[in-house]
Every structure is written in structure tokens, then in C-alpha cells.
Design a protein around this ligand. Structure first.
Ligand SMILES: [Zn+2]
Length: 105
């Protein structure tokens, strides 16, 4: 799985910084690298990196805290209390971010 966010971020750097950024093996390393160089990493890119990049065999999935079902986007027509809402097809409920978590599968 390609991460467009982080790739675009790295490509926007100077060649020297690109090499350093690609050497980072974890979210924490990359965040520290960015802080040291006064850079700003896109939030969506960081979400992907959390837990360590380079593991392409697993991907992050959003899971219902209650029943463990993999969540989907909120179907159109249903109310969306916040931007990070997901929909559980088993509970038949719109979940706010406190009701679900991310698992690597
Ligand atoms: Zn559920």
C-alpha cells in the first residue's frame, strides 16, 4: 500500500532531507526528524506511519469497539456528528471516534 501523503511530503524536501526522511523507521523517528528540521508532516500521513512503516502486509482497519466489525463510511442520508464518524453495519449505528479504534490486520 502506497502512502501518498508521506510520499508527497518527502518529495517536497531537499535531496539531503529526503534521504534522512526515508531512513526513518517509525512514526516517532519521522516526527522527531520533522521537528528538528522545522518541517510539518501532513496529519493523514502520520496516521499511516503510526506503528511503524514498511509493513505493507498489514493495513489499518477501523473496528467497532462493541462487536469488532470492520467499519465502513457513514452511508449518505445518516447524520454525521463529526468528521471522524464511521458506520457499523452490525450495530446499525453511526460511531463517533470514541466508539471505534484502529487495528492492523
Ligand atoms: Zn458494532
Amino acid at each position: 500500500m502506497e502512502n501518498i501523503g508521506i510520499e508527497n511530503f518527502i518529495k517536497s524536501l531537499s535531496p539531503e532531507l529526503q534521504a534522512k526522511a526515508r531512513a526513518c523507521k517509525s512514526n516517532a523517528e519521522l516526527a522527531q526528524f520533522a521537528a528538528e528540521n522545522d518541517l510539518e508532516i501532513p496529519t493523514d500521513a502520520l496516521e499511516f506511519v503510526s506503528g511503524g512503516c514498511g509493513d505493507s502486509s498489514k493495513k489499518n482497519v477501523e473496528v467497532c469497539n462493541k462487536c469488532g466489525t470492520t467499519l465502513s463510511g457513514v452511508p449518505s442520508g445518516l447524520p454525521k456528528p463529526s468528521g471522524s464518524c464511521k458506520y457499523c453495519s452490525k450495530c446499525k449505528k453511526v460511531l463517533i471516534s470514541a466508539d471505534w479504534h484502529i487495528e492492523k490486520r
